[in-house]
Design a protein around this ligand. Structure first.
Ligand code: SAM
Length: 217
């Protein structure tokens, strides 16, 4: 992993922010976080030159870091405020976690591949981000720390896992991609006193959510 953030990296990052604005991202706290966080720190050095392209890259264990647009869109859909208690399913590289932590939420992040958690915790720790890491099946949520103001699922689920909806606070929000194969629809599910509301936000591509309330391995 690389640990220098040169003017070249910063320049490429500000071009990425401009690209995200052109693609429809408007939340300034999300754009500021993406403009600040060196994405190349989360990638194998072989991808350094492409780190600020709107692309996914392999991160080991057959998994990927999400496209910056996907990270920005999911973050925006969460309607975040500093201090909210957030659960992330799928720590992966740790890049999405860095964006959430930069916005100032209390973050709990769970990943099923321990080596990914270890690598993410190392880089996030060096960058000074504080959060709580767990290794396990996030399709069950994380009942020990529930309830949550927000839950973000960064892998594709066959349906909204019931435990995740249960572990939301009243007015809590779950952002989750749902669908099979290589394409999912992004949903924002809000738990209101009057019932659950569901809004759709277009097509995305994720690796699968594997687990008891996800796809079978
Ligand atoms: N947020 C990540 C990032 O910024 O790099 C995205 C990583 S990738 C698109 C999704 C991750 O979800 C993978 O690392 C995968 O191992 C993880 N995953 C899949 N099923 C899971 C489950 N049931 N519990 C926890 N993590 C899971």
């Amino acid at each position: 992993m690389l640990h220098t953030d040169s003017y070249l990296h910063q320049g490429r990052r500000s071009l990425l922010v401009q690209e995200l604005i052109r693609k429809g991202i408007t939340d300034s706290t999300v754009l500021n976080a993406i403009g600040k966080i060196p994405r190349h720190f989360f990638l194998d050095p072989v991808f350094e030159r492409q780190a600020y392209e709107d692309r996914a890259f392999p991160i080991g264990e057959d998994q990927t870091i999400s496209h910056p647009f996907t990270v920005a869109k999911q973050s925006e859909l969460l309607l975040l405020e500093p201090g909210l208690k957030v659960l992330e399913i799928g720590t992966g590289s740790g890049y999405q976690a860095a964006v959430l932590a930069e916005i100032g939420v209390e973050l709990h992040t769970i990943e099923r591949h321990k080596p990914l958690t270890q690598a993410a915790a190392k880089v996030l720790g060096k960058m000074g981000y504080q959060m709580h890491y767990y290794v396990g099946d996030g399709s069950m949520g994380l009942p020990a720390q529930a309830p949550y103001d927000r839950i973000i699922v960064t892998c594709g689920a066959p349906f909204p896992p019931e435990p995740l909806v249960e572990q939301l606070k009243p007015n809590g929000i779950l952002v989750i991609p749902i669908g099979d194969g290589n394409e999912q629809e992004m949903f924002r599910i809000t738990k209101k006193a009057s019932g659950i509301t569901t809004e759709g936000f277009g097509k995305f591509a994720f690796v699968p959510l594997i687990g008891q309330h996800g796809w079978k391995n």
